[in-house]
Write a protein that binds this ligand. Structure first.
Ligand code: NAI
Length: 736
């Protein structure tokens, strides 16, 4: 099966893998390509005795089937030794499944110190020690998957299992913190509460149920949670009999029973009891901050002079911003039609004028090459940006500022048509003073083909402090321009009516036209729409570096730094670096930067008349191609993830090798990669040798890779399949 979840190259440590569930996990990981450390102390279910037999039998079974495994007989209390076995035998550790377990069931009153301590030492302390030993290695490689094993007895309690329940619930607490500490290193931790027939359950279940509840029904969830493609983190799952479900903490809306300057009493608690326990308006907090936010809100609500002034939209009992609810939400937007009138109105709105002869193709539908400005792609999407109706995002629309914009075209925009969009709340970030909401909007044409993708980044003033993360890996980053003087500059005075004209394309916010409204927002005059300045800048780059050829425009990113007033001058400063045109815009009259960290990516080799001469850069064309590949690797983590390999490109002058480049998509976390000049730090999976000239031809599509191969122009050694995958990554997005 082509989409089988594989673990090739991954090293898995399963504790207590000599029997029951652990054995099943070990066998299944090995079947799917992982190298497995089969740990088992080999004692009895009470934690007494020791033997190498259990682990050895599992290792033998894996090896007999052609898999890779090594046994380890140490107790999980020697966590370092278990991880050392993985490092010594397989050189790394990627996945730890903390599974080893014992039982010493006693009614609570009869539980001895030894019963309590032994159970805690194996389950809770053992998981701590093994995971802590693996942690620095996972952190360094920016990859790790950890499973902790709890139990229904821990989640819900069970007669005679006080020691076990406490240790098992302790593992949920451990995971709650590992979730938060690990995420930035791509170490994801999840908890399972399995249910399967094994020697542990023999004493509590009838034999026919034990036989029916096979460990093989649990293993798939563990494998999925440990796969590099799974992004679940901090989840708790019950699993058995081939089914799984998720468990979470629920918090009632509660009641405030204190009044200002009145002592609190148990009677007040009693009279509010029903409300305290009423789950009808419950929330599911996922962070300490979200939970404590409610108490901060209580303090401020009761005592106006309280030092705590919680944010009205954040962290309150109602959980107005709950990233866990919001992220991933998808909203569909009804189709909308547009035609030449709309695209011409937009072109006028972003300052096109019949004064310029080359503007006519954007202003007259009768032009032979009537075209749509690429930045028009923000217009159908703009109307779709969601500010309401998103679960977990109760925000005040008057507090929203447009922070950044990214637009990528997948096809040239037709001059008329019907388009429909799908919004995804890609991320919600807590910046303290505000919340940043990242929305990805994909817009499709009538044939359901992707036309363009927008990323709207909005800042909600005062909505921070909900305890969310501070950065996002979903955001399209802005990029600083080079430090040299700009390669080209276009200055253009906007019309005093610019905002009045631009708003007719859809953004009717009175801030841009009504002086009273602007004054309320603290502006001396109505300000130009940020996306109007963006449209000006986009067409400046299009003219300067693509000769107004819309087919050459691939993507644009800007940060809105300061407003521009209608009538002011927009000065676009541009730098050409390969296919990327860095730019920033200043207000001509004040020198303030209004658009920063911006760039336009052009398709292929921009054969513009006015581009920067090649000698202005010391980089060779091949250097630039690899630089672009590096950019693609960063920009498309999902695609990059699919290619786990190290590629060495050896460039010749036709005879001997004159330069070498490495594309390393394997050493870092999945979805990341490095492209650099020189040979790889570890062995390449695939080596490509060809002349610089042929490589250039290949990249611009003049030379077909298959033909080049058969003509002997392209030599590939190593894993050719991997090479083909990499080709897809670069070709799909770069037209390279
Ligand atoms: P099992 O007894 O079949 O397997 C546990 C293995 O852990 C044994 O091979 C044992 O030798 C090993 N082990 C015990 N102490 C160790 C130590 N100090 N160091 C290394 N290995 C050690 O039990 P089963 O049922 O497969 O349980 C696996 C895990 O799942 C346990 O953590 C258990 O508490 C948990 N669990 C199982 C449930 C079930 O329905 N089977 C229900 C809920 C939780």
């Amino acid at each position: 099966m082509s989409d089988q979840l594989r673990f090739d190259g991954r090293v898995v440590l399963v504790t207590g893998a000599g029997n029951g569930l652990g054995k099943e996990y070990a066998l299944k990981f090995a079947e799917r390509g992982a190298s497995v450390v089969v740990n088992d102390l080999g004692g009895d279910i009470k934690g007494e005795g020791k033997s190498s037999r259990a682990a050895d039998l599992v290792v033998d079974e894996i090896k007999a089937k052609g898999g890779k495994a090594v046994a380890n007989y140490d107790s999980v209390e020697d966590g370092e030794k278990l991880v050392q076995t993985a490092l010594d035998t397989f050189g790394r550790i990627d996945i730890v499944v903390n599974n080893a377990g014992i039982l010493r069931d006693r009614s609570f009153a009869r539980t001895s110190d030894l019963d309590w301590d032994l159970v805690h030492r194996v389950h809770l302390r053992g998981s701590f020690l093994v995971t802590r030993a693996a942690w620095p290695h996972m952190k360094k490689q920016k990859y790790g998957r950890v499973i902790l094993t709890t139990s229904a007895a821990g989640l819900y309690g069970n007669f005679g299992q006080a020691n076990y329940s406490a240790a098992k619930m302790g593992l949920v607490g451990l995971a709650n913190t590992l979730e938060k500490e690990g995420v930035k290193y791509n170490i994801l931790t999840n908890v399972i509460a399995p249910m399967a027939g094994s020697r542990l359950t023999q004493t509590v279940m009838p034999q026919d149920i034990i036989d029916a509840l096979k460990p093989e029904y649990v293993a798939p969830l563990v494998l999925y949670l440990c796969h590099e493609g799974c992004t679940e983190n901090g989840g708790v799952f019950e699993c058995g009999a081939g089914s799984a479900c998720k468990v979470r903490l629920e918090r009632s809306d509660g009641a405030i029973f204190r009044q200002k300057n009145v002592p609190v009493s148990p009677e007040q608690v009693r009279s509010n009891w029903d409300k305290i326990c009423d789950f009808s308006n419950s929330t599911y907090p996922r962070s300490t901050q979200a939970a404590t936010g409610a108490f901060m809100a209580t303090l401020a609500a009761i005592d106006e002079d309280s030092p705590i002034k919680p944010n009205p939209t954040a962290g309150s009992g109602g959980g107005a911003i709950d990233p866990n609810k919001a992220i991933g939400t998808k909203l569909k937007v009804e189709p909308r039609s547009y035609g030449p009138d709309q695209v011409i109105l937009y072109a006028l709105g972003v300052g096109m004028s019949t004064n310029e002869p080359d503007h006519l193709k954007f202003l007259y539908e009768g032009s032979e090459d009537f075209s749509v400005l690429p930045t028009y792609g923000v217009i159908p999407a703009f109307g779709s940006v969601a500010t309401a109706g998103i679960p977990g995002l109760e925000i005040d629309p008057t507090k929203i500022l447009h922070g950044e914009q990214y637009l990528e075209l997948h096809k040239t925009i037709p001059t008329s048509g019907s388009v429909h969009s799908e919004i995804t709340i890609a991320d919600v970030i807590d910046k303290g003073s505000g919340a940043v909401i990242i929305q990805d909007i994909k817009t499709y044409d009538e044939k359901n083909e992707l036309l363009f993708t927008n990323q709207f980044t909005t800042f909600v003033v005062g909505a921070g402090g909900f305890g969310g993360k501070r950065n996002s890996d979903k955001a399209k980053p802005t990029v600083k321009p080079p430090s040299r003087e700009p390669d080209a500059v276009i200055e253009e005075k906007t019309s005093v009516d610019q905002a009045a004209l631009y708003r007719l394309s859809g953004d009717k916010n009175p801030l841009h036209l009504d002086p009273n409204f602007a004054a309320m927002g603290g502006f001396s005059k109505p300000i130009l729409h940020g996306l109007c300045s963006f449209g000006h800048a986009g067409r400046h780059v299009l003219k300067q570096y693509a000769g107004n050829d819309v087919e050459k425009f691939k993507a644009i990113k800007v940060r809105f730094a300061k407003p521009v007033l209608p009538g002011q001058t927009i000065r676009t400063e541009m730098w050409k670096e390969g296919n990327r045109i860095h730019f920033q815009c200043k207000v001509g009259e004040t020198g303030d930067v209004c658009l920063s960290g911006a760039y336009v990516d052009l398709v292929g080799t921009a054969s513009d008349a006015t581009s920067t001469p090649a000698e202005e850069t010391s980089e060779s064309p091949v250097d630039l191609i690899f630089k672009e590949m590096g950019r693609r690797v960063n920009d498309f983590p999902e695609e990059t993830k699919k290619v786990r390999g190290i590629f060495l490109y050896r460039m010749t002058d036709g005879k001997k090798v004159i330069s070498e480049y490495t594309v390393d998509l394997k050493s870092g976390a999945p979805g990341t990669g490095k492209v650099y000049k020189g040979t790889p730090k570890t062995k390449a999976d695939c080596t490509v040798t060809m002349s610089e000239k042929d490589f250039g031809d290949l990249v611009i599509g003049k030379l077909n890779p298959q033909q080049a191969f058969f003509q002997g122009k392209l030599k590939v050694a190593g894993n050719i399949m991997l090479m083909q995958k990499a080709g897809t990554l670069f070709q799909q997005h770069a037209k390279m």
